[in-house]
Design a protein around this ligand. Sequence first.
Ligand code: HEM
Length: 389
Amino acid sequence: MNLATGLMRYGQDWRMHRRLYKEGFRATVVPNYQDVLSSKAEQFVTNLRQNPNSFVDHIRTYSAATIMATVYGYDIAPTNDRFVDLAEQSVGTLSDAVHPSTVVVNVLPFLRHLPLKFPIFMFQRIARRTRGILNEMRTVPYDFVKNNVLAEKGKSSFLAKLLEDHTINGGDKRQEEVIKDVVTTAYVAGADTTVSALVTFVLAMALHPEIQKRAQNNLDVVVGKGRLPTYADCSDLPYIEAVLRETLRWSPVVPLGIFHASFVDDMIDGHFIPKGTTVISNIWAMTRDETVYPEPESFIPDRFLTEDGTCNEDEMMLPFGFGRRICAGLHFARLTVWMALASILSQFDIGEPEDETGRPIKSLADIAYSDGLISHTSPFRCAIKPRMK
Ligand code: HEM
């Protein structure tokens, strides 16, 4: 089982994974998910109206709901959904699997031979626990969709389409196993990353009321107040796009990317990189390069606008990685985050933030972000109020 595409070695199996992602998540296909995203954004706004203090929970539900609906055609229950519970456990265990203590084993492989009782090297125990949960996540939702496809019922989805195109009408067992891995990775890779980006967005707006106001004006003029923004509005809302780019830059979701290894001996800027070297892409540092992004700790959407107010060429792709291993879901991720942030701005005012002890948060420096593969803010509070009654 090759559950995490991002952790696979480059080769034929990985190429097969990427081909399947392309079928469901390339730039020209993603707009087809607009209706699903719109209905989930509406539900999100309703939840936020009912209980604004639980905004992080609603963001979690929105992220899970969009990806579950897109990948499996499955509408999650408002609470205690069995697939979401399973998926959250899978995300937790996969995140543990790239915990520093497990990563160090990849860098220093001889550590694998230390006895289990060495507490710092928890990777063997994690691997055992992870396997069971991931296996369940891999088969339960898959069987649900496959049975629906065979019975010619259920909603259309990324998985249903893959099954129709590749297995139901012929296709081999191996292909079916690859499809299982691909759809499971899509959930695991997509849900928590989207949560991180959206919570950072709420923090950015809470800290910058003037930017919030300007973004709201942009939406009011182009979209009006009677409906939520959609993908069709994107190109008319350059300031909203600039806010999205700055959110992704200001606090990158995956600050150190996914570790890779060099395939061959190489020379870069006069440094010799032997074959097999672990390569860590420090996305966080790149988004803080002062020669490209002056005052990098400040939240300045204008850095992505030209003088005539249109978006410039820097689409802020750095947070999605590089080259052939660049995030396979980036177009879907951008649209999912865009839909939620534009919906929040059109419907709500976000007040000043404070930490859990009531201490005001004045800048990014006042709030901690978690370690680990995906970086999350520590908890904070802010008043979220409807703009219209
Ligand atoms: C804001 C949301 C997201 C961010 C910031 C993000 C970021 C990243 C980053 C930094 C990588 C590593 C790239 C590298 O190794 O150079 C990655 C890989 C990946 N992402 Fe995302 N991601 C997001 C959402 C998603 C979504 C929604 C999906 C699926 C629908 C997804 C699927 C993947 C996959 C499959 C890989 C592994 C690619 C490979 O190794 O070939 N991601 N992502």
